[in-house]
Design a protein around this ligand. Structure first.
Ligand SMILES: [Zn+2]
Ligand SMILES: [Zn+2]
Length: 109
């Protein structure tokens, strides 16, 4: 994942994991930033284990307004167990985070 402006590798800041209630589809909602220019990005990693012989991985990224990014990051950090997809906290109940999209920055699978 590279910054759209600088074309350098982005730095990971935070992620929170989730799973769908009725299907084995796993999500990682991620906060990325560019250390050089300070631009902010959301990432969504989706891993489908519906077909056990063929795991599907999709990673999408969006460039977003820094204020929105900071606000959602502070919100997500209230989860006590971001690495546990079965966490039952108030944050996890509201996933995916509201407004978790923007200008598309990458799409890989
Ligand atoms: Zn940059
Ligand atoms: Zn949680």
């Amino acid at each position: 994942m590279k910054c759209l402006s600088c074309n350098i590798d982005l730095s990971w800041r935070y992620s929170i994991k989730a799973v769908e209630a009725d299907r084995p589809i796993y999500y990682s909602y991620q906060w990325w930033e560019c250390k050089k220019c300070g631009e902010k990005y959301y990432g969504i990693l989706e891993e489908s284990k519906v077909n056990i012989f063929n795991d599907d991985l999709i990673h999408t990224g969006y460039r977003v307004k820094p204020a929105d990014w900071e606000e959602s990051l502070q919100w997500a950090k209230k989860c006590p167990e971001p690495d546990i997809d079965s966490c039952n906290c108030a944050i996890h109940k509201e996933l995916p985070p509201a407004g978790f999209y923007g200008e598309q920055a990458w799409y890989t699978y």
